[in-house]
Design a protein around this ligand. Structure first.
Ligand SMILES: [Zn+2]
Length: 186
């Protein structure tokens, strides 16, 4: 490790203290380049604005470190998703100005969850929104030119996971079935 890092995985995980990418992946120090933010979100590619922390980290991981996998890890009982789903209607602020702008990304996830099942409410709506947030982030990954290029060149593969923090089980997004499926090795 003296010669620098050579991680194989770039992980976007929630800042939540109960989510630890190294434990989820059962890896050693040096294996994971971790990006953590509120609700494990990948924002869409934007050229305007200057300070894109998550986008900069992904750019470095993919073009600089040449990771092989990009993994989004959403999780159960996510405080960011709960706060948005439970407390606020469309257009209402979610908290301070930074949280409100950031969780705007989650509103879309909530809308999509309701588009699939308009009767969802409470914890069920939170859980469905958490999963939709993962697939939304996967779609947003695809808006970055350097990620599209790396995928087209088979240099990286992208994955969407949903972690149940209470029993440690993982569900993996299957793009072919368009569904989360239980991880077989648990
Ligand atoms: Zn969270």
């Amino acid at each position: 490790m003296r010669d620098g890092q050579k991680p194989r995985f770039a992980v976007v995980a929630c800042s939540d203290s109960r989510v630890d990418p190294a434990i989820v992946l059962q890896t050693e120090p040096g294996d994971i380049f971790a990006v953590r933010n509120v609700a494990a979100l990948v924002p869409p590619y934007e050229e305007a604005g200057a300070y894109h922390g998550t986008s900069a980290a992904l750019e470095f991981a993919i073009d600089g470190l040449r990771v092989e996998h990009v993994i989004i890890i959403g999780h159960a009982a996510c405080g960011g998703v709960q706060a948005m789903v439970h407390n606020h209607g469309p257009g209402e602020p979610t908290g301070g100005m930074f949280i409100t702008a950031w969780t705007d990304l989650l509103r879309k996830a909530r809308e999509r969850a309701l588009a699939v099942d308009s009767t969802l409410e409470g914890d069920d709506l939170v859980e469905a929104s958490e999963r939709q947030a993962v697939t939304l982030s996967l779609e947003n990954l695809d808006t970055f030119p350097f990620i599209r290029k790396a995928v087209a060149e088979n240099r990286i593969s992208v994955h969407g996971w949903y972690l149940n923090i209470f029993n440690g089980t993982l569900e993996l997004w299957n793009p072919e079935t368009q569904a989360f499926e239980p991880h077989g090795n648990d």
